[in-house]
Design a protein around this ligand. Structure first.
Ligand code: UGA
Length: 445
């Protein structure tokens, strides 16, 4: 193998692909991002990112300017101009079966293999059901020209929204599935900076690499549903789940992170991944995994109903014509992503029951408005809570955590607050005259 710098193509410029492409350019590689959507490509070339991700637009602009990063719709040209090809296309959830829809992964892999003009390493990054990579290998050997050496490996990605650039540049671990010595050497060169700083490399078989990714998300989801189940118990027993989480979290075998009780998990990954895992585990006859994930999902969805019930109770049984201020629309703070957002789900359910719902989110107003156009949206916190009969905090943005309850109290009709994320300083709000309703500890005035 020559030591010429590796050139990289990234297929799919959504969340994962755009971040990966920019990070690889930052590491010094020549990178071409490929997408079939010409408007997306044109926007990226201008440094415009169609989602909210701190640091990403400036990183992209910088490397488009240095010439390290370019974007195209011409997959064949991009593949022929590079040596390592990352598959970063989406794996949406099938609307009825919950299985992952692998159309895009299949098509992209086939197109890359068929376009190879010289030896190529195809690296799957998308989250896929176990067994997919082995099937994609067959597609590669069918589609690749006989004269070139083509190899497919799996290299899952663990980035979090809002931290995507940081997570990609500084991963906790690098997992490589199914690599020959040739492939591993290439990928070691790609991840050289991280590996040199001591990041562990796990080289394993294809199914293990695929499962590492889904299991990591399944475990995080399980932690959240665990603490939410315990939160329900705390309420019955007059205990406080936040204190409990701190106390158990000091045990390093448990750890405090992802033990925040509240409205539960949403977003484009955790809910979809546990359902896809459930589906695939069922196909393979691994019924314990199916049962566990079913419970995790059910407990998570129940949290949304619990917040709705809490709101009804706080208002004396009915929300009909009540003015409800919903603070938060994004599935978590510091993002404008509203995919499977628990906050919006609750807002929409209350609206259906006849409440007059006004939503405010520091970043996700526009994306929420496109998904739920029938809800009303406020431009700022003050206008959202003005004359409200009840205030619901459903995404734990700093702006809400740090809001002054006295100032807000002067604007509302009734000082009633439901803290769906366990994120408000209870005593401060009570001292300012608010009736506080929360999850996982004694509620109400
Ligand atoms: C998640 C994983 O954390 C990433 O490691 C993974 O790479 C990514 O999915 C993916 O598969 O692409 P993300 O969806 O960005 O990342 O969001 P998280 O920060 O994991 O939050 C997920 C949800 O859990 C949010 O709705 C959040 O509010 C909720 N959550 C989180 C809780 O309810 N309680 C907690 O203690 C922590």
């Amino acid at each position: 193998e020559d030591a010429a710098p590796l050139r990289i193509s990234v297929i799919g410029t959504g969340y994962l692909g755009a971040t990966h492409a920019a990070a690889m350019a930052e590491l010094g590689f020549d990178v071409i991002g490929v997408d079939m959507d010409p408007s997306k490509i044109a926007a990226l070339e201008r440094g415009e990112v169609p989602f909210f991700e701190p640091g990403l637009p400036s990183l992209i602009s910088r490397h488009v300017a240095t010439g390290k990063l370019s974007f195209t719709t011409d997959l064949k040209a991009a593949v022929q101009a590079s040596d390592v090809h990352f598959i970063c296309v989406g794996t949406p959830q099938h609307p009825s079966s919950h299985a992952a829809d692998l159309r895009f992964v299949d098509t992209a892999t086939r197109a890359v293999a068929a376009s190879l003009g010289h030896d190529g390493l195809i690296v799957g990054k998308s989250t896929v059901p176990v067994g997919t990579a082995a099937r994609l290998r067959e597609i590669v050997s069918e589609a690749a020209p006989a004269a070139v050496h083509a190899e497919l490996v799996w290299n899952p990605e663990f980035l979090r929204e809002g931290m995507a650039v940081e997570d990609t540049l500084h991963p906790d671990r690098v997992v490589i599935g199914g690599a020959s010595p040739w492939a591993e050497e290439r990928l070691r060169r790609v991840y050289d900076a991280a590996l040199a700083s001591g990041v562990p490399l796990i080289s394993c078989d294809l199914p293990t690499a695929e499962l590492v990714k889904v299991s990591a998300n399944a475990f995080l989801a399980t932690k959240i549903s665990f603490i939410n189940a315990i939160a329900g118990l705390c309420e019955k027993a007059d205990a406080d789940v936040a204190v409990l989480a701190d106390a158990i979290g000091y045990d390093p075998r448990i750890g405090r992170r992802f033990l925040n009780a509240g409205l539960g998990f949403g977003g484009g990954c955790l809910p979809k991944d546990i359902r896809a895992l459930m589906h695939r585990a069922g196909e393979l006859g691994a019924y314990s995994a199916v049962k566990l994930m079913q419970q995790v999902d059910e407990i998570n969805m129940d949290q949304r109903q619990r917040v709705i019930d809490l709101t009804l109770r706080a208002l004396g049984g009915s929300v009909l014509n009540a003015r409800v201020a919903v603070l938060g629309a994004a599935f978590k703070p510091d993002t404008d992503d509203v995919r499977d957002s628990p906050a919006l789900n609750v807002a929409a359910a209350l609206h259906l029951r006849g409440a007059m719902v006004t939503v405010f989110d520091p970043a996700a107003g526009p994306t929420a408005g496109r998904l739920y156009p029938t809800l009303s949206y406020a431009d700022d916190l003050e206008s959202a809570v003005r004359s409200a009969d009840i205030v619901l905090v459903l995404t734990e943005w700093d702006e809400f955590r740090n809001a002054d309850p006295t100032r807000l109290g002067a604007l509302v009709e009734r000082r009633l607050v439901v803290d769906g994320r366990n994120c408000l300083p209870v005593e401060t709000w009570r001292d300012a005259g608010w009736e506080y309703w929360g999850l996982g500890h004694t509620s109400g005035a």
